[in-house]
Ligand binder design. Structure first.
Ligand code: ATP
Ligand code: MG
Length: 408
């Protein structure tokens, strides 16, 4: 209790209550929209608890980047370990990210073995020898090993494949005796395994293939909201900001990007002294990443005069309404007419403006989306994926280079 007060006190002036919950290694108490997959894992590993040693449980988790493969496996293994402790089953859960051991399957194997046999020498033994020491140690101590091999793609080299072949032999070696090694493989694309391993090896290792679907838009929103509730103080992030993070991440379904955006936008809000994370902070972070990919200045040079004026209008309203992420086209057109007046030029008509919007959208300088509930009637909404101050300044410079003079 007093520790909580201290923590809270030290956080005065920050939008965060628990910033560390946005660390990539943090395992949240719940995984919304992965309950079904968690239940499947429970079924696969049930015998490990009900009849230890009766069979080897194996699963291969597949799915694109950021869909929660690693966090699902890590959460499941840590929960299973706790249950095994309660039941008096000696389970050693070992997590290995093969990518981090790039090029060294031998180090992977000795690392795994050292968790069961702490004084095992790190050199001088073949894969098979190490595996047979491992099996013997598990037998001698009546232990079980739950091995998670993440990013298995990194093992699809000639040396790495040898390790996988040896692992499959381990199952042959332990036939007829207690099954002590359980396996979770994680790979983005199952085809990579199929193309590199022979059918018998694949059949021995892969087990049940658990395919994690990409999250839908509303699932992304729920997860973003959940992670924000864990990390931020009550009311310290606006719903508009959460919806913007959802928009940015829902086409890919990559929650890693969403978690990173929340963390960086929160830190940014703190650094500019804002008590609430707003769309403008999310945009600033998105832009700092996107900026390096899209050379905005070059894009601006290629725009026609009225495209520049229209983009300046979008930048101005984004600047003056930092709490909003999108603006209806009517408001953008109004702002565009004001900008035209400022520069003393005749504004273009509606259809022409619409064509400019299309060009700006294709260039990635604005985002266009249909309105959802909350707006009267149907309209199109415009958002600016880059920081408004920066883009406004670049446009003003470009306009003056083209001899446009602001009248006021
Ligand atoms: N259902 C969920 N609920 C809460 N957080 C989630 C959920 N799914 C993913 N995350 C979070 O999203 C981030 C990315 O997840 P994770 O690292 O597990 O993805 P991955 O599928 O392993 O991606 P990669 O293929 O790039 O390794 C992590 O911070 C994770 O905690
Ligand atoms: Mg992963």
């Amino acid at each position: 209790m007093s520790e909580d007060i201290l923590r809270e006190g030290l956080r005065v002036g920050s939008v965060f209550k628990n910033e560390h919950t946005l660390d990539l290694s943090y395992i949240p108490p719940r995984l919304p929209h992965r309950e079904h997959e968690y239940r499947i894992l429970t079924r696969i590993f049930r015998s490990l608890v009900s009849e230890p040693g009766s069979m080897a449980s194996k699963v291969t988790i597949v799915g694109s980047t950021g869909v929660g493969k690693t966090v699902l496996a890590r959460k499941f293994c840590s929960d299973l370990e706790k249950i095994c402790i309660d039941k008096g089953i000696r389970l050693n859960s070992v997590y290995i990210n093969a990518q981090e051991f790039r090029g060294s399957p031998h180090t992977i194997l000795t690392t795994v073995a050292s968790r069961i046999i702490p004084d095992i020498p790190s050199r001088g033994f073949s894969f098979e020898e190490i595996l047979s020491f491992l099996l013997k140690a598990l037998d001698d101590n009546d232990c079980y090993l739950l091995l998670t091999l993440d990013e298995v793609e990194a093992l699809l080299t000639s040396k790495g494949v040898k390790l996988l072949i040896s692992l499959s032999r381990l199952y042959e070696m332990s036939m007829g005796s207690k099954q002590r090694v359980h396996l979770i493989l994680i790979v983005r694309d199952i085809e990579a395994l199929r193309n590199n391993l022979s059918t018998p090896i694949l059949e021995t290792l892969q087990g049940y293939v658990l395919d994690l679907h990409s999250y839908t838009r509303s699932e992304v929103y729920d997860i973003v909201k959940y992670r924000a509730d864990l990390a931020f103080k009550y009311g310290a992030i606006s719903d508009e900001a959460l919806r913007l993070v959802t928009d940015i991440c829902s086409s890919s379904g990559n929650i890693r990007w969403a978690v990173e955006l929340l963390l960086k936008a929160g830190r940014y809000a703190d650094s500019v002294g804002s008590r609430i994370v707003l769309p403008i902070h999310i945009r600033a972070i998105q832009q700092s990443v996107v900026y390096s990919i899209i050379p905005v200045r070059d894009n601006i040079r290629n725009l026609a005069d009225h495209e520049l004026l229209l983009l300046l209008a979008v930048a101005r309203i984004s600047q003056f309404s930092p709490e909003e992420a999108y603006f209806p086209t009517g408001r953008v057109e109004e702002a565009y007419r004001v900008v035209c007046e400022e520069y003393g030029v005749e504004p273009k008509k509606h259809t022409q403006i619409w064509n400019y919007m299309k060009t700006l959208s294709i260039a990635g300088l604005i985002e266009v989306k249909p309105s959802s509930v909350g707006y009267r009637g149907k309209t199109t909404l415009i958002g600016l994926p880059v920081q408004p101050e920066v883009i406004a300044r670049s446009i003003e410079d470009e306009l003056s280079r083209r001899n446009f003079k602001a009248m006021f």
